[in-house]
Write a protein that binds this ligand. Structure first.
Ligand SMILES: [Zn+2]
Length: 193
């Protein structure tokens, strides 16, 4: 993967933390494309380009092969993640959206983005996992999704899990990633803790 960005981002994207994150993403996805990281200072312009209202808490998003980020000076008060992690998170979304046979359900995309960006601090301390298929966009969606994806990676191996997902056509009825399978998987996870 080739990441293109303007000078502004050098202090984040030339860092070892970012390089390590990208290496672990490259190692499993082998995604060969150019990804552009662009800055938006103006929230209104950001919304205009996206063509929709954006909730206040959004600090970055992705569009085709571009990561769009809002002024990182706002980031510190928003999130426990670093700018490096936030950009890596969006890059995982881009790869998943373009390299899988079928775009996976919301929770799988978010779970993988969090796990690969190592934004997993929040999932280590909780143990009541709900089926992320039942969540809408909120903190629980991120938390439950990441917890389930991490547990699946631990059980099957990250590369195997990704390769299996890559060619899936029907996630919701799948024997590993389907609604019922994930329900059972959550029950087991909750008994373990
Ligand atoms: Zn995301």
């Amino acid at each position: 993967m080739n990441i293109v960005y303007d000078k502004y981002f050098s202090k984040f994207l030339d860092s070892d933390q970012f390089k390590d994150l990208i290496k672990s993403i490259d190692d499993v996805f082998f995604y060969d494309a150019i990804i552009n990281v662009k800055k938006f200072d103006n929230f209104k312009l950001f919304e205009e380009k996206l063509g929709k209202k954006v909730p206040e808490w959004v600090i970055a998003t992705n569009h085709e092969h571009e990561v769009w980020v809002l002024d990182p000076s706002r980031w510190s008060q928003k999130d426990i993640s670093t700018p490096e992690q936030i950009i890596a998170h969006e890059i995982v979304h881009i790869i998943v959206n373009h390299s899988f046979e079928t775009i996976p359900p919301l929770w799988i995309g978010e779970g993988m983005a969090i796990v690969f960006a190592k934004q997993t601090e929040a999932i280590e301390t909780f143990d009541d996992v709900k089926n992320p298929y039942d969540e809408t966009y909120n903190d629980n969606l991120y938390r439950d999704s990441a917890k389930v994806i991490q547990a699946i990676f631990d059980q099957y191996g990250t590369e195997n899990a990704i390769n299996y997902m890559r060619s899936l056509k029907d996630f919701e009825h799948d024997k590993v990633y389907g609604y019922t399978a994930i329900n059972d998987f959550c029950k087991i996870l909750n008994q373990r803790s």
